[in-house]
Design a protein around this ligand. Structure first.
Ligand SMILES: NC(=O)c1ccc[n+]([C@@H]2O[C@H](COP(=O)([O-])OP(=O)(O)OC[C@H]3O[C@@H](n4cnc5c(N)ncnc54)[C@H](OP(=O)(O)O)[C@@H]3O)[C@@H](O)[C@H]2O)c1
Length: 258
């Protein structure tokens, strides 16, 4: 399907794709842009026709298939999501992959029991793409959100987005097996060693949605939070989400998460 691209976004992964000898680009030349929204110009399939408004995020886009930073993009029909009602092409790419991923993380946490009746939710990397959009979405569906940031002076902005409270970045500060039960759920685009501390601070049956690694890719943990508090680590992959769930998340981004 040939798409006339109207909007794309700049994501963390686009930056990774443009560094020299990038590990995520499989061959050169490559046009970056891991997401796009546009209008079908030509279709060789019955699933789409000229004039349809569509979204594409993830898969090989911008890494091993020419991406969204282009006037036209030719992609497989299996990658395409029809633009939901109540969302414009521009809004879709204001969300972009970061917003889609925040929505997917919220959906998966809810599926595992996230509830406005329980303790607070922590959003790490709060001033980032995933973080800011996660705060706005969680606030819009009624959760109390605590935002964790390393940026001094971001408090007013984060509160204006919907955070109830703003705290500093959480460090991996002690060797204890368990910490104070603080979070029912955590949206974590940060990762790194401090993820161990986050796991120790989860409430009974608490969950952390692990999304990214801006602070590093490795962390250690004992088994104790898992066997004494029943906590879960939930992995979030926006790239290969299956199509039914992908369409569902985009519909939510046009409705209750908007
Ligand atoms: N799993 C997926 O499918 C998926 C999808 C989208 C993104 N991601 C990943 O998620 C991560 C974040 O993406 P993004 O779009 O939100 O990126 P971003 O806009 O660059 O934001 C990242 C945020 O992380 C925080 N941060 C940066 N360095 C840090 C450090 N050393 N220690 C702790 N926090 C640090 C900062 O927030 P504060 O200054 O407020 O603390 C920063 O704003 C990336 O690793 C990206 O690849 C994964």
């Amino acid at each position: 399907v040939l798409i006339k691209v109207k909007y794309s976004g700049i994501n963390y992964k686009d930056a990774l794709a443009t560094v020299e000898n990038s590990k995520i680009v499989s061959s050169y030349p490559m046009i970056p842009g891991i997401d796009l929204a546009g209008v079908v110009e030509h279709s060789d399939t019955h699933a789409f026709e000229k004039g349809d408004e569509v979204i594409v995020t993830g898969y090989d886009l911008g890494t091993s298939h020419f991406g969204g930073f282009s006037e036209y993009a030719r992609v497989k029909e299996e990658w395409i999501v029809p633009l939901p009602k109540d969302l414009t092409l521009e809004e879709a790419m204001i969300y972009g992959t970061a917003g889609y991923t925040a929505g997917l993380a919220i959906e998966k946490l809810e599926h595992n029991g996230l509830s406005i009746e329980k303790k607070d939710i922590l959003v790490r990397g709060a001033t980032g793409g995933v973080g800011t959009l996660a705060i706005m979405m969680l606030d819009s569906i009624g959760f109390d959100v605590i935002a964790s940031t390393g940026k001094k002076g971001a408090e007013d902005k984060l509160k204006a987005l919907g955070a109830k409270e703003v705290i500093s970045r959480i460090a991996n500060s002690d060797q204890k097996a368990l910490g104070k039960r603080t979070w029912q759920g955590v949206i974590d685009p940060v990762g790194g060693e401090s993820l161990s501390q986050i796991v120790k601070q989860l409430d009974y049956n608490g969950m952390v949605a692990v999304i990214g690694m801006t602070a590093g890719a490795k962390f250690d943990s004992s088994v104790f939070p898992f066997i004494l508090r029943g906590v879960s680590i939930i992995g979030i992959d926006s790239v290969y989400t299956e199509m039914r769930q992908r369409k569902h998340i985009w519909r939510r981004l046009a409705k209750d998460l908007k």
